[in-house]
Each structure stands twice: as C-alpha cells, then as structure tokens.
Design a protein around this ligand. Structure first.
Ligand code: ZN
Length: 326
C-alpha cells in the first residue's frame, strides 16, 4: 500500500488516510478533501489509536491539523466509517453530515436499535436458524449495552439535495441502507463508501427499514452499481483496499458476480426445497459457524433477489420458510 498518495485536480486536493487492517478488508480508508478554505473529512475510520495517528500524520504531512477540518461527511453508519467522529468533534466542533437513514443508526437511537434486534430475532427464527440464531440475537442484545458509548454525541445534519458545497450526494444503498456516495463531477471523483471494493465484493447486508420491514438489499446493491456505472467516474475512492482508477470493468465484474452467485443458490434449490439456514450450511460449510450473521445475510439477500425475479417461491410451515425453485 502506498501511504503517500495524493490527488490534485482543478484546485482540489484529496489526501487519503489509509490504515492497514487485518481481516479481509486490507485497509481502512478515509479522505481529506481540500478545496479553497474548506477541508472536508469523508468518513472517520475506526475509533482507535492507529486511525487517529494516521489522520494526524496525513494532516501534518500536508501542513494541516485537526483544527483545519471544516466538516465531516459520513458515507454510511458502519463503525469503521464513523469511529473518530466523537474524538475529532471534541477537539474541533465542526458540523457532521449523514443521510436521514444513517442518523438513528449513528446515534444508536434506543427505539430503533431495539426494533432492529427484534427484526433479527424474527428473521433468524423464520429462516430456520435455531440455536445459532438465538446466540446471535443474545450477542446483539449485549452489544446494545456494550456499544452505547460508541454513539455519535454531536448533532448530525441530514444531507438533503445538494447542500454539500463541492459534492453531489447520491443514494447508493445495498451494502448499507443509508449509504451515500459523494460525487465531484468536475473532477470525476466518486467517494463511494463500501459500494465498490477492488479486492472483494461488498456484502449486501440484510437490514430492516424504519418500519421493521426487510429491505431487499441485493436488488438495491445491483441498482446502485448500475447507477455508479452511468456516472463514468475517473477515480473511485473506496472505504477499503486500493483506490480504483477507471472503475467501469470492475463494476461490470461485480454485476456479473451477483447474477452468478444467485444462480448457484438457485441450482442448490433445484436439488430440493430448503430453508435459508440449510442453504447457508451447505454453501458455506465451515464459515457458516465462524461468520453466521454475514453468511445468513448473503443467503437471505440472494433469496429475496431470486424471489423478486420470480425464480423461487417460499412456503411457510410451523413459522419457518422453505424455498423452492419455480
Ligand atoms: Zn460498511
């Protein structure tokens, strides 16, 4: 990873903050964008020392410090994108912007968060997950208490229309229902959160909407990728991994992958009707136990996708859904 990249075009500069990460993400990326007197921070990494040090180092190398940041803009609510917001705001009380859907999640709003846990409790039961589902729900309940202090303390401004000086904000849901991309058309720069990653396809994580209804996240992800293709961006600045030049062919690969993976689940169902949990166990074997919630999310989002295309139907028996091919 080249830690000293910077981008400069038509009077704007991007200073990427790139923090090596374990696991499959390779790096945690967030971005300083300087245009005239404004210095935007797009995303805010993890709430840890290495992200804070990397931010300060990148600022210093460019003759800046935390006091020079003028606004923080969050692509989506995940904890590896908003981690340093409280720390930065405590040193420099700048406005923080995010989508309407992100705000209760970033604030860890009690009513919303409890509704979300109930959503997963119901979901895992309906999908035939049994004990593992119950363990996951217990873990989520515990996290509600444990992660309380991760809530963003300051007011978060809802991004509406084109209120962000130098960027157009574009809804790019799928990986997260609240995900926005920030588009600088003059320069061909797209700050895309986790919509498009170079080294892995980003998960369409299953989530409830505000009314507790399951969002068909993979269909959203597909639409967002198609939308991204039409922008014809020159450079995509992603939340993880390397910065992507000319993303067109990568987006096309990701779109093909969605179709190919959906076909694999469809083929498994052709061998006989199955619950989402059955499919997860068969398809993911060992990873099913190691990454239960991720794996269930993958299977369920693909089943919703196939159901929308009328390629599968589901049948309820004793409160558990069984899927079969059409
Ligand atoms: Zn994410």
């Amino acid at each position: 990873v080249n830690l000293l990249q910077r981008y400069c075009k038509n009077g704007s500069e991007v200073f990427p903050v790139i923090v090596p990460s374990r696991f499959g993400l390779k790096t945690i990326n967030f971005f300083l964008v300087k245009t005239g007197k404004s210095l935007s921070l797009i995303d805010a990494g993890l709430n840890n020392d290495s992200c804070l040090e990397a931010l300060c180092r990148t600022l210093n190398e460019n003759g800046l410090d935390i006091g020079d940041i003028t606004q923080i803009i969050i692509t989506h609510h995940h904890y590896d994108h908003a981690g340093l917001v409280n720390t930065i705001v405590s040193k420099n009380n700048v406005p923080v912007y995010a989508s309407a859907e992100a705000i209760p999640r970033l604030k860890r709003d009690t009513i919303f968060m409890e509704m979300r846990v109930e959503f997963y409790a119901r979901l895992y039961k309906e999908m035939g997950c049994g004990k593992l589902g119950e363990y996951q729900v217990a873990y989520l309940k515990n996290s509600l208490i444990k992660n309380k202090d991760q809530a963003i303390q300051t007011d978060i401004h809802e991004i509406t229309g084109n209120m962000l000086l130098h960027f157009e904000s574009i809804e790019m849901p799928g990986h997260a229902p609240d995900q926005l991309a920030f588009w600088d058309e003059d320069r061909g720069w797209l700050f895309s959160g986790d919509l498009l990653l170079e080294h892995i396809s980003s998960n369409a994580l299953v989530e409830p909407d505000f009314s507790g209804k399951r969002i068909h996240t993979l269909a959203q992800q597909e639409n967002s990728l198609k939308n991204c293709l039409t922008l014809d961006a020159e450079i995509v600045f992603p939340g993880h991994g390397i910065i992507i030049d000319s993303p067109k062919s990568l987006i096309e690969t990701r779109l093909e992958r969605i179709e190919a993976k959906a076909n694999k689940f469809h083929q498994l169902l052709e061998k006989g009707p199955a619950t989402a949990n059955d499919l997860a166990e068969i398809y993911y074997t060992k990873i099913y136990h190691e990454q239960f919630s991720l794996v269930m999310s993958e299977v369920i989002s693909h089943l919703d996708y196939l159901e929308d295309q009328e390629r599968v139907v589901k049948d309820c028996c004793n409160g558990i859904w069984t899927y079969s091919p059409v």
